[in-house]
Design a protein around this ligand. Structure first.
Ligand SMILES: *[C@@H]1O[C@H](CO)[C@@H](O)[C@H](O)[C@H]1NC(C)=O
Ligand SMILES: *[C@@H]1O[C@H](CO)[C@@H](O)[C@H](O)[C@H]1NC(C)=O
Ligand SMILES: *[C@@H]1O[C@H](CO)[C@@H](O)[C@H](O)[C@H]1NC(C)=O
Ligand SMILES: *[C@@H]1O[C@H](CO)[C@@H](O)[C@H](O)[C@H]1NC(C)=O
Ligand SMILES: *[C@@H]1O[C@H](CO)[C@@H](O)[C@H](O)[C@H]1NC(C)=O
Ligand SMILES: *[C@@H]1O[C@H](CO)[C@@H](O)[C@H](O)[C@H]1NC(C)=O
Ligand SMILES: *[C@@H]1O[C@H](CO)[C@@H](O)[C@H](O)[C@H]1NC(C)=O
Ligand SMILES: *[C@@H]1O[C@H](CO)[C@@H](O)[C@H](O)[C@H]1NC(C)=O
Ligand SMILES: *[C@@H]1O[C@H](CO)[C@@H](O)[C@H](O)[C@H]1NC(C)=O
Ligand SMILES: *[C@@H]1O[C@H](CO)[C@@H](O)[C@H](O)[C@H]1NC(C)=O
Length: 764
């Protein structure tokens, strides 16, 4: 702790929050959504921390996206992970593994069995191995602490460090991380340093290097370093010599102890192993106890995250959903300021964007509200990535852009930040230049993505040649329809920023381009009795599709959602969509059909709660003045598909995207990213306060509800900042710019509380 002139009050306020944290942090279930594809990371981390320390499990050919699996054997406890992602695992790098007894072949994917379920709380993780070793962990931003409690007895008590350890992928799409070499040195005082080189891991990044520095607090009885290959097995090296490999030869070491309780402190760095040592000395110096790191982590989460949102609710289910969701949306992106291996800059640096395709709809908008300081840093970092790397990222990990699934969705994020007044130290002229690069310059197709070889998936807009020349995307490009729809939204983002900067010609051009999704609209395409869908097309005209059954993957016309979904994606042009679809009554029936089980012939509904492309759809009833149905459908989705248990998420968390969708449902609002609009539905709690920073607060209250227990969810009356409010939407300035209040009166039946002014459709 650093003392300054406020030292005393700082300590007092921290003491107070320790007490509070027992109240708020205790509601977090670290295992919520870890199974059934949720892929939540249950290990230890700080908000946006570079270190995410947790277990890595190996279980047959199951990909362990966050490292964790409910079953299987431990292959390590490693320091780098992503949160809730799919695609293919990334990281699992910088690991230790406790092993009891002789290790005959240390560098051969050694695993140890598990004894019972792991345990976790904010800032703390505990696992027990079949050898009877208890492994406890905590972390700071750039370092971690392990405490091993070995069983007594004469068997060797070892900690294995295998630099070649990664999270493998078994999906067979060429996305598994590779180990490409490393360096490992044991120093006379017993500490070790080195680095590992890896490649790939979903975003197809070339070689990346992570450095580490590990200390043991205990006397080492023996230490040995090894090299190994699958052919030769592990070969012990001369003690004391640095071992390095520039190929697939593995490097690592084994440390043995007499003590039954062994503590290790490890730092990581993207810059150098001496920086990794510096991190661990600064953040977890010698003799730091595990308990003090855990306490610091609790205090940090409380101060920076949990205390931002408070409610009067005492319903433990709701509180668990609320605080667990807040927790899991704050693990990535990673604040890597000062840890950028690729260029030197005074700007902040954040990476592990995995991915904007998932988070642009409703997560980044919530990040701005809850973390205005971090968010401004994140926006500056994006622009700096363009400055030095050439393009904004749609996704980025291991300091490398990729992969782009649809549009260049950083454009939506920048537009959203711009229209909602993010300024500070953001250079918006550069921000706009970065967006123009996306909109005008086709990225090189390198590296070629074997799953979509037609154009770049690294960054930018691979299908730009058709977009610029034709105003639509032909099937010579994969994902042609879904990319066209997303490019329209991206161009709308450029329109917003160009307008704000007073660049009128550009504004007119990009507004026009934002309507190009219409070029894919075939009024004659039918499905389930409805006409008019976005379809594939070439220069000869439309190509027919089956809108309920055309959802595909990288090589297909529609990516991960069907034409029913993508036909409703261009929310900036919603009035036009409603008109083309046949008017408000037809749109009502169309939306109802999306939520009707069995409507498409299969037993489920067209709506897909497991993935992001349909996130907006339950709320679109507001655009046809049926706010009551937005309330009913969205609440039904929230209560049916989000639970507190290990299977509590409907699909991959995707960097917290699922969690932010749920949080907006609790608040009673839904953001329309790229515009200042928020759609109003119905809040869960009698009272909810959000600390907006700078002494500003949003207070949402609800009378007449039933604590989210039953049917009293319909709005009877709403006052915003004390005045009667009769629109089903509001704007950033109404309640966020300076804070505000929303007072709902709820009841069981829909009412006519709104006058009928629907949300804006600026492109229509
Ligand atoms: C461990 O291995 C060493 C050398 O390979 C051997 O001498 C020793 O007996 C082994 N100890 C046990 C407990 O197996
Ligand atoms: C270790 O695991 C990697 C990645 O799954 C695999 O390529 C390698 O063949 C394995 N080696 C051994 C000795 O099992
Ligand atoms: C490995 O680390 C040692 C010790 O820091 C250093 O002397 C050596 O140059 C490194 N080798 C490589 C290939 O990086
Ligand atoms: C650990 O390794 C270092 C470097 O090889 C050596 O100087 C030291 O004596 C070793 N300690 C033990 C207990 O083996
Ligand atoms: C990655 O590292 C390996 C081993 O050090 C090396 O053989 C390979 O050329 C590197 N690849 C690139 C693209 O630099
Ligand atoms: C991000 O990291 C830098 C460097 O550690 C730090 O100065 C900055 O305050 C961090 N940002 C936030 C929002 O914590
Ligand atoms: C708008 O786009 C159409 C083609 O889609 C084009 O003909 C027209 O010139 C554009 N207008 C402006 C102002 O860019
Ligand atoms: C739709 O079908 C009608 C009637 O067959 C036809 O006149 C019209 O040209 C078609 N429109 C498109 C866009 O194919
Ligand atoms: C979807 O398409 C597949 C492959 O063409 C077909 O087997 C399946 O029956 C279709 N499902 C529906 C609901 O039309
Ligand atoms: C508590 O909240 C959950 C969902 O958040 C709800 O399903 C349950 O009915 C509530 N319990 C009571 C007693 O209101």
């Amino acid at each position: 702790m650093k003392f300054n002139s406020w030292g005393v009050s700082l300590i007092l306020s921290q003491l107070q929050t320790v007490v509070q944290s027992a109240e708020l942090g205790s509601h977090v279930n670290l295992f919520l959504g870890t199974e059934n594809g949720g892929n939540n990371f249950p290990g230890v981390a700080r908000p946006f921390g570079m270190v995410k320390l947790g277990p890595d499990l190996l279980s047959g050919n199951t990909d362990a996206y966050s490292g964790y699996l409910a079953s299987g054997e431990f292959s390590g406890f490693s320091m780098m992970h992503e949160q809730g992602t799919g695609g293919a695992p990334k990281y699992g790098t910088v690991s230790q593994l406790p092993v009891v007894g002789n290790i005959t072949d240390p560098l051969s994917n050694v695993t140890v069995s598990r004894d019972g379920a792991d345990e976790a709380a904010v800032g703390y993780y505990k696992a027990r191995t079949g050898d009877g070793v208890e492994v406890e962990m905590s972390a700071s931003a750039h370092a971690g602490i392990y405490r091993y409690t070995f069983p007594g007895g004469s068997l060797e008590k070892n900690v294995l460090v295998d630099v070649s350890h990664v999270l493998p992928s078994f999906r067979g799409q060429g996305l598994s991380q590779g180990y490409k070499g490393g360096n490992f040195t044991i120093y006379p005082d017993g500490h070790y340093e080195g680095h590992g080189i890896y490649d790939n891991g979903w975003n197809r990044s070339p070689n990346w290097t992570v450095h580490f520095c590990g200390y043991f607090e205990n006397e080492i009885v023996s230490n040995r370093s090894y090299t190994g290959t699958d052919e030769s097995g592990s070969v012990q090296q001369d003690s004391g010599s640095a071992i390095s490999s520039t190929g697939s030869t593995r490097v690592g070491g084994v440390f043995s102890f007499e003590d039954t309780t062994v503590v290790s402190r490890v730092g990581i760095s993207w810059i150098s192993s001496s920086k990794a040592c510096q991190h661990v000395q600064d953040e977890i110096p010698a003799e730091t106890t595990l308990q003090s790191v855990v306490s610091d982590a609790e205090v940090e989460w409380e101060d920076k995250v949990f205390s931002k949102v408070t409610t009067s609710s005492t319903n433990e289910t709701s509180l668990t959903l609320l605080y667990s969701s807040l927790y899991f949306m704050h693990l990535i992106p990673t604040n890597q300021t000062g840890e950028n291996p690729n260029w030197e800059s005074e700007e902040p640096y954040y990476q592990d964007i995995f991915t904007f395709w998932d988070t642009f709809r409703c997560s980044t908008a919530l990040m701005q509200i809850l973390q205005p300081t971090a968010y401004e840093e994140q926006i500056r970092s994006l622009i700096d990535i363009w400055r030095f790397d050439g393009y904004l990222p749609d996704a980025r990990s291991s300091n490398y852009n990729g992969r782009v699934q649809g549009g260049s969705n950083a454009d939506n994020v920048l537009a959203d930040a711009y229209v909602k007044g993010v300024r500070g130290a953001v250079d918006w002229n550069d921000g706009y230049r970065a967006m123009v690069k996306d909109a005008e310059v086709t990225p090189a197709n390198s590296p070629v993505d074997s799953m979509a070889p037609d154009s770049s998936t690294k960054e930018g807009r691979g299908a730009l040649p058709d977009w610029l020349e034709l105003g639509f995307i032909t099937p010579r490009f994969s994902r042609a329809v879904s990319r066209a729809v997303e490019y329209s939204c991206n161009d709308f983002g450029l329109y917003q920023v160009a307008s704000g900067l007073g660049i009128e010609d550009d504004a007119a051009k990009y507004l026009n381009r934002s309507r190009n999704w219409r070029n894919h609209w075939n009024a004659n395409q039918t499905s389930l009795g409805f006409s008019g869908f976005v379809v594939p097309r070439d220069t000869n005209g439309f190509i027919s599709t089956d809108p309920v059954n055309d959802s595909g993957y990288w090589a297909d016309p529609y990516y991960q959602a069907n034409s029913w979904a993508y036909s409703l994606t261009s929310v900036h042009d919603m009035e036009q969509i409603i008109g083309l679809a046949g008017g408000k009554q037809t749109m009502l029936e169309r939306l109802d059909t999306i939520f009707t089980p069995g409507a498409s012939g299969s037993s489920g509904m067209i709506f897909d709660p497991t993935n992001e492309p349909m996130f907006n759809i339950p709320y679109l009833y507001n655009y046809i003045n049926r706010q009551d149905l937005s309330v009913a459908q969205s609440r039904n989705i929230a209560k049916t598909y989000y639970q507190t248990g290990v299977t509590g998420l409907p699909g991959n968390s995707d960097a917290g995207a699922m969690q932010t969708w749920l949080l907006w449902n609790m608040i009673g609002l839904y953001p329309i990213t790229g515009q200042t609009t928020f759609l109003i539905h119905s809040p869960w709690f009698e009272s909810l306060s959000i600390d907006l920073g700078g002494d500003k607060t949003l207070r949402v209250t609800a009378t007449g509800g039933d604590g989210n227990g039953g049917a009293s969810i319909q709005v009877q009356r709403l006052r915003v900042n004390g005045r009667d409010w009769r629109k089903n939407w509001l704007e950033w300035n109404d309640i966020f710019a300076s804070g505000g209040t929303m007072e709902f009166e709820l009841g069981g039946e829909p009412s006519k509380w709104f006058t009928g002014e629907v949300p804006p459709s600026p492109a229509s």
